[in-house]
Ligand binder design. Structure first.
Ligand code: ZN
Length: 163
């Protein structure tokens, strides 16, 4: 990772963790997911308002935890607002590759989310970056959302995150 990339990565993460976008609750969510990452103490509550064919009209989140988990959620909501289910699924796939494998050339559609390639070297932090996205994945899989709250979470007891 070069110094310029590192600096931008830090800036974006700090900015979004301090001033998360789309933070709050929706008036009429069609699906809600609770995600939790016990290894770090990160929590995300994600709400989506989708049409019957999965178009994301609106989405918001609340949560707490490390800067990476909250910044990832904030950036994700910015990217996904107004997207179709297909677009959301391909962004999910592209982001997962960026933070885990890095096998593909990241799609420009990811924007600042490409910066999360910085967590690839730190397996513990991959879970932080992916938390909101695992919640999204679960929300997209919910065929007939009826305001149920779904839970996703890993059960391990790894060391806590440091930032
Ligand atoms: Zn974390």
């Amino acid at each position: 990772m070069n110094a310029e990339f590192e600096e931008l990565y830090q800036q974006v993460i700090l900015d979004h963790s301090k001033r998360p976008r789309n933070y709050g609750k929706l008036n009429q969510p069609t699906v809600a997911v609770d995600g939790d990452n016990p290894s770090c103490g990160d929590e995300i509550h994600l709400e989506l308002e989708t049409t019957s064919d999965g178009h994301i009209n609106d989405l918001k989140f609340t949560g707490q935890g490390c800067a990476i988990s909250q910044a990832s959620a904030s950036l994700m909501t910015l990217k996904l607002k107004g997207k179709s289910r297909t677009d959301a699924e391909s962004l999910l796939e592209a982001f997962t590759d960026v933070v885990t494998a890095g096998t593909k050339e990241p799609t420009a559609a990811l924007g600042d989310l490409q910066l999360f390639a910085g967590v690839r070297k730190f397996p513990q932090r991959v879970k932080c970056a992916m938390l909101a996205w695992r919640a999204l994945d679960q929300a997209l899989r919910t065929a007939h959302p009826t305001q149920n709250t779904i839970s996703v979470g890993a059960s391990d007891s790894s060391p806590h995150c440091t930032i």
